[in-house]
Design a protein around this ligand. Structure first.
Ligand code: VGL
Ligand code: ZN
Length: 208
């Protein structure tokens, strides 16, 4: 069984937001069409407390996009974004969320960032998504949303690791592209066995 997973389509990742992904909002009409057609739709929501460790503002000697060492490895420092309860953390108002069965919130532990829908960035704290999918008999995931080179990539690679078939819908995702991270992300996804499809091909495959 197939599911569409819409990653972090929130105000702060769209133009005008705190961590805007170029053209982030351009995917919304495509995502809405996909959401209408899939039998199962899931979403993630980046959901940080104020003062989160991933915020540059929590590290007085650093600026946004610096990379620091933390307990679980390298951490990019971001502008404050998707703070719990703020407008920036809300889903984009044009996103049709009526079809969504489940919203997985992530990044709410103050000391751990969480890009992947499956695991926090320590690589071992699960979000519960794998169990939910298995319980529901879902074995194939179609990913869309933001950002291609961070939360979408980590979710896709971890999904493969967990044994799911994973497709990334190329025209329904956009990247941040920090220091070449976008082309590296496509290469890593390819190496992990993630397949790349257009939204038209995804609809043919999944809804046929
Ligand atoms: C994301 C950076 C920080 C994402 C979330 O959704 O890709 N990127 N938090
Ligand atoms: Zn975040």
């Amino acid at each position: 069984m197939d599911a569409l997973l819409i990653v972090d389509l929130q105000n702060d990742f769209c133009p005008g937001g705190a961590l805007a992904v170029p053209e982030g909002d351009a995917i919304i009409p495509v995502v809405n069409e996909l959401a209408e057609q899939f039998d199962h739709v899931l979403q993630t929501q980046d959901w940080h407390p104020e003062g989160h460790q991933s915020f540059a503002s929590s590290h007085p000697d650093h600026e946004p996009y610096d990379v620091i060492e933390v307990d679980y490895g390298e951490q990019v420092l971001w502008p404050d974004h998707c703070v719990q309860g703020t407008e920036g953390a809300n889903f984009h108002p044009e996103l049709d969320t009526t079809h969504s069965e489940l919203v997985i919130r992530k990044g709410f532990r103050p000391e751990i960032d969480s890009y992947s829908a499956f695991y926090e960035n320590d690589g071992e704290t699960p979000t519960g998504l794998a169990g939910y999918l298995r319980d529901r008999g879902i074995d194939t995931l179609y990913l869309c949303g933001l950002a291609t080179d961070f939360c979408v990539k980590w979710s896709a690679v971890d999904g493969r690791q967990e044994g799911f078939d994973v497709y990334v819908i190329e025209n329904a995702t956009r990247g941040i592209d920090q220091d070449g991270s976008l082309s590296q992300a496509w290469a890593e996804m390819n190496d992990a066995g993630v397949q790349v499809v257009s939204s038209e091909a995804a609809l043919d495959l999944a809804v046929a």
